[in-house]
Ligand binder design. Sequence first.
Ligand code: ADE
Length: 194
Amino acid sequence: MKIDILTLFPEGFEPIKQSIIGRAVESKKIDINLINIRDFSKDKHKKVDDTPYGGGAGMVIKPDVVYDSYKSVYEPDAKVIYLTPQGKTLNQKKVQELSEYKHLILICGHYEGIDQRVIDEIAPEEISIGDYVLTGGELPAMVIIDAVTRYVEGVLNKESIKEESFNNNLLEYPQYTRPEIFLGRKVPEVLMSR
Ligand code: ADE
């Protein structure tokens, strides 16, 4: 699976270079490509935002830089996602659905958002990771990448995924490992004979 991330803060994606996701990248099961929206600014100061028409606090990301960065990675069969608190809330079913795509393009907003005309033009699926407002779409994009990568063939062992779907995709039962007694607490008897 190829994942292109359009962001103003590519350096914020260090955490997903670790552990299971890092290994999935190293073994080429996923290909994560960070695209800096700022690289598409034609302004001599590399400006990417401006004050909102109609007034109000904060800055709005200009439409041309987002559009040009999107065009640089666009392919007709790519699934395009805009991370925004206004989007539909992510759940495990959506994660599974996204894992079926060969190519995801994730658009991360920042500041007060992105000029609506480029959103209307691209018409991405809008996804939120919960009913709260973050400073940008970078953490939500990493949440999607982490959750989706688990379903990519060969990333987890098949048993984990099978057990999970058996458990309705949600929380598993409590887990225990050695020692048998920890601070006076014993591993449940029912697990000891297996
Ligand atoms: N950008 C800011 N807050 C967000 C959220 N809760 N989900 C997705 N993108 C966001």
